[in-house]
Design a protein around this ligand. Sequence first.
Ligand code: 4EZ
Length: 227
Amino acid sequence: MKIAILGAMPEEIEPLLANLDAKKIDYANNEFYLAKFGAHELIIAYSKIGKVNSTLTATLMIEKFGAEKLIFTGVAGALKEGLKIGEILYATRLVQHDLDITAFGHPHGFVPGSPIFVDTDANLNEIAQRAARELGLNLKSGIIASGDQFVCDEARKAWIGAEFDASAVEMEGASVAQVCHALNVPFCVLRAISDEAGNKAEFDFDEFVVKSAKISANLALKMVELL
Ligand code: 4EZ
């Protein structure tokens, strides 16, 4: 099977590439890495940060490179008290927290023709849980909210958490979800916590991004072993 593993930043996929002998293809201002892994063919890329970049890369992985399933791996800011730096979750569903036509009476996150929340694939989430057990990881789950903003503000953090009942915040998951939903490709989103999205979150992010990204990437690779 052709399986896409997508991150947003180099740090989020480098732990994968370190373990593989991959061939690099440059296309559309992106780098795509092709590698064999057991019976599977992997397509690995980092999209660059944000919803637009990740939309493009996810679409290319599916439409140009033929990915049949997609695993997103990376880091996120925690919105809930119980989720700490270094812990990891999978998204049950994803929403765009910055999509706003509320002036017309619509709810936050909604535009006509698209669902507010996109669910991740139950089968992949099941495999993520099995993979986590094998690695001895305590895999949590929850709603993930995405937007084109690094959240490092207590008020914004509280609002996103309350409005969408979201557990974590990042900048790509919900756009990748829209792509996979539209193209009928099963997908999941793994995110290890790098910061708590409050004041000065950027300092925690810088300190923990590499370590947390590695935790998520390892889980993604273990999932591929079980697929
Ligand atoms: C975006 N990613 C962060 C990109 C940071 C620095 C040059 C994940 C993330 C995140 N996104 C970790 N913590 C976050 C937060 N508090 N708000 C938004 O996907 C770029």
